[in-house]
Design a protein around this ligand. Structure first.
Ligand code: MN
Length: 415
């Protein structure tokens, strides 16, 4: 029996409201924005391992980093670019000549040229006029095109910039040869409704040949906003594995892909059954552990404890699961605890070939609940303490900082 799974199986009225792109060009930012997460650093070897797996699962574009950042970063980008992966390798540059040259020298075939667009960024950070931003952007885009690169143009904080300026800037760089235009919600202030309006207006006023978006998760809407953009035809959304990225992160690769695949029946070209493997690799290399309730890849995403739920899932998984755990390379788990019900106990016994009388099952269940309720929380508390100590202050300690300062002859004035 084939059950309804797609959104339109329940609500066929919504089908005509989407304009999904012909082909998805998934653009992964794990190695750039993801690495910019506080305390995260990927070695060149780790970048290569992650890039290889990203490419194997079918990601189209990989932002390998910003070569001008350091000699090691330039080496990492070069290693990824020269690895012969099927994904296109991109590197990023500010609208500064040496940044663009560093990308040209890196061996990447794709470049993202970025500059800020909003007034708060221009006035307080860049100290540039809109005209200066426009000229620097044009020069960088032209130089990159002359060098034969595929050019994406990105503005930071696009959505908080005056639309007149956004329109003028993006039209100009597109006329100068930019292949792809990226709208960024750098501080995550868009909502699906607002972003829908914004992108409609952007498309009408700028007429992008190829539209991409970069969404942040400050209010937990990165995936929703990214999905909104894809529904409006944006073909190259930015994503990060595990939703890694600055502050609250970027749109999670696995969430955007599985929402499209599962809810819309859209073929993304991604090997979804390897996404858990990818998630674990990025978790290990970044050192950023997933929240247990993280969608799709968190420990609880396919686990059930409550009696009503386990009973339902054992009868038919669609009762409490929108997709099969195997579709992301995982397995379902039934957790025994305070909320366990009879069905889970019966199933647990059945796995070892035992059929027990009802009264015995009831007795066993009572003991199981009692055991769960009297279990010490000490181990969990100790784990949490260690976790907090690690993450409340990632990076160098104050002692380490002042030792380095001392080494260059600086002494603290105040205690
Ligand atoms: Mn970002």
């Amino acid at each position: 029996m084939e059950e309804a799974r797609l959104v339109e199986d329940y609500h066929p009225e919504t089908a005509g409201q989407r304009h999904l792109p012909e082909r998805l060009v998934l653009w992964d930012e794990t190695l750039r924005d993801g690495e910019q997460s506080p305390g995260v650093r990927f070695s060149p070897e780790e970048k290569l391992r992650i890039a290889e797996l990203l490419s194997e699962v079918g990601v189209s574009v990989i932002n390998a980093g910003i070569p001008v950042v350091s000699a090691e970063e330039a080496r990492a980008v070069r290693r990824v670019a020269e690895a012969g992966l099927s994904a296109k390798i991109l590197a990023a540059a500010r609208t500064v000549p040496r940044d663009v040259e560093a990308v040209i020298d890196s061996g990447a075939t794709h470049i993202a040229v970025f500059v800020a667009a909003s007034q708060v960024h221009l006035r307080f950070k860049l100290k540039m006029t809109p005209e200066e931003v426009l000229q620097a952007s044009l020069a960088s885009v032209r130089r990159a095109k002359d060098a034969g690169l595929h050019v994406a143009f990105v503005t930071e904080d696009t959505v908080r910039a005056p639309f007149e300026f956004v329109e003028r800037l993006y039209r100009a760089v597109q006329d100068a040869g930019a292949d792809r235009l990226v709208v960024a919600d750098t501080v995550g202030v868009m909502t699906p409704l607002t972003f829908r309006w914004y992108l409609g207006e952007f498309v009408r006023r700028v007429r992008p040949r190829d539209l991409s978006v970069h969404c942040h998760n400050d209010f937990g809407m990165a995936t929703a906003n990214t999905l909104t953009a894809v529904e409006m035809g944006a073909s190259a959304p930015h994503v990060c594995v595990n939703g890694l990225g600055e502050r609250a992160g970027n749109a999670a690769l696995e969430e955007v892909v599985l929402a499209l695949e599962t809810l819309y029946g859209y073929r993304t070209g991604i090997r979804t059954d390897r996404l858990y493997e990818l998630s674990r690799l990025v978790e290990e290399c970044s050192g950023v552990p997933l929240a247990p309730n993280k969608a799709l890849v968190g420990y609880n995403a396919f686990s059930h404890e409550a009696g009503i739920h386990t009973h339902g899932v054992l009868a038919h998984t669609l009762t409490y699961e929108p997709l099969q755990p195997e579709s992301v390379g995982r397995q379902r788990a039934m957790i025994l605890g305070k909320h366990t019900g009879r069905a889970a106990v019966v199933e647990k016994l059945r796995e070892r070939g035992v059929v027990a009388p009802d009264a015995t099952v009831v007795d066993l269940l009572a003991r199981l609940k009692e055991g769960a309720e009297s279990r010490s929380k000490e181990e969990t508390q100790r784990f949490l303490e260690a976790y907090r100590a690690r993450f409340e202050r990632p990076g160098l300690s104050d002692e380490e900082f002042w030792m380095l300062a001392d080494a260059v002859g600086i002494r603290a004035v105040k205690a």
